[in-house]
Design a protein around this ligand. Structure first.
Ligand code: KG4
Ligand code: ZN
Length: 347
């Protein structure tokens, strides 16, 4: 959709965790430019994101990233119609950098400001390459910070059906990778190691919670892997060092299989509950090929079959394209934020 037949160019900023990202997207679909400045190297030594380090790096990067994204789009500020910002949820000290930058640009350039929920934007990434979506839809967003299932009768107002009550799935991937001494970030490392492993080698727990629950819990499986690696008495600190690469691969594959089984089963429950015709999959863990395949199988097996729309791999992990894309749909409905906008850790 276009307002007055005009092309709407949105400049979006994303700083909710450890990526300083900006993008210019036209009419919610045409990607003019996208930059993701990753801080992986800065956090690697700590095995996870350190908020203060992330915040400082955002401050250093935000201006050059915004400048460069405009250059790459070959646009000036005059061609930008609105500034979008992911203002929640995330690390407050990281969010505040992007929110301040976006408010400053909106004020200085006289452009409307659009506030975007980061998790809703991950969902939107699944729609980037699709023009039609059959509603109702159920959405699974599975990332380093979140594991949530939504009812998307209205994509601009998704209803949360369930979320993790402890660790996010991506966080479990990262922690298990660290136990196995695989490189950070853990998700891609586990996926790589699992390729040569046997997913049935170890029966790790599948926590389903109550019969109808759409909530998740991944702390149990994390502890089970820890006991497996260090022994029930937790005295075997060096067990992993003595393991063969096949044993490591088997643990990675068995862990991955257990997490994916839970994600797929819960999504199936959500499909039944919402009568969904479409399933949307987004977030960093959505880059996992096994998850993509098994969710596809589940959707194909429904009667009638359910359509699965998955975020392109490139836009599964944090980026600003998904933020700009969702912002377009808010723009056409005049859903603007005011300059008092604040970052919010939850959401
Ligand atoms: O969406 P994202 O970039 O950040 C958050 O919003 O949290 O997700 C990052 C998470 C990390 O935990 C990372 O390990 C996980 O996504 N991840 C994966 C894969 N690629 C990234 N997990 C499983 N398999 C992958 N291939
Ligand atoms: Zn994210």
């Amino acid at each position: 959709m276009q307002k007055d037949g005009k092309q709407i160019n949105i400049l979006a900023i994303e700083t909710s965790c450890d990526e300083t990202a900006a993008a210019v997207v036209t009419n919610g679909k045409i990607i003019r430019s996208s930059i993701v400045s990753s801080q992986v190297k800065l956090h690697e030594a700590y095995g996870g994101v350190v908020p203060e380090i992330a915040s400082r790096a955002h401050i250093e990067k935000i201006y050059p990233v915004v400048q460069e994204v405009l250059n790459q789009a070959n646009m000036t500020k005059d061609e930008i119609d609105a500034i979008a910002i992911a203002n929640q949820p995330g690390l407050t000290v990281a969010l505040i950098v992007g929110v301040t930058a976006a408010k400053t640009l909106a004020f200085a350039w006289g452009k409307p400001l659009i506030a975007i929920n980061h998790i809703h934007a991950h969902m939107q990434a699944a729609l980037l390459e699709h023009h039609e979506i059959q509603l109702p839809a159920a959405a699974l967003v599975v990332s380093g910070g979140h594991t949530s299932i939504y009812d998307c009768h209205d994509p601009l107002a998704p209803k949360l059906l369930g979320h993790t009550i402890d660790d996010a799935a991506g966080e479990a991937f990262d922690k298990v990778a660290s136990m196995l001494k695989l490189p950070y970030p853990g998700g891609p490392s586990i996926e790589k190691a699992a390729k040569t492993g046997n997913g049935k080698a170890i029966r790790f727990p599948r926590t389903m919670l109550d019969k109808d629950s759409l909530n998740f819990s991944f702390s149990g499986i994390k502890t089970a892997v820890l006991y497996h690696c260090q022994g029930q008495d937790m005295k075997g600190q060096s067990l992993v060092d003595k393991m063969t690469s096949q044993q490591i691969a088997d643990i990675a594959a068995s862990f991955q299989a257990a997490v994916i089984e839970v994600l797929v089963k819960k999504t199936k429950r959500a499909v039944k509950k919402t009568n969904a015709k479409t399933v949307l999959l987004g977030g960093g863990v959505a880059a996992n090929s096994q998850l993509r395949q098994q969710l596809q199988q589940m959707c194909d097996n429904q009667k009638p079959a359910v359509k699965l729309l998955i975020a392109p791999k490139k836009y599964c992990t944090d980026n600003a394209v998904m933020v700009a894309s969702l912002a377009y749909y808010k723009y056409v409905k005049n859903m603007f934020a005011d300059l008092a906008l604040e970052p919010k850790a939850t959401g």
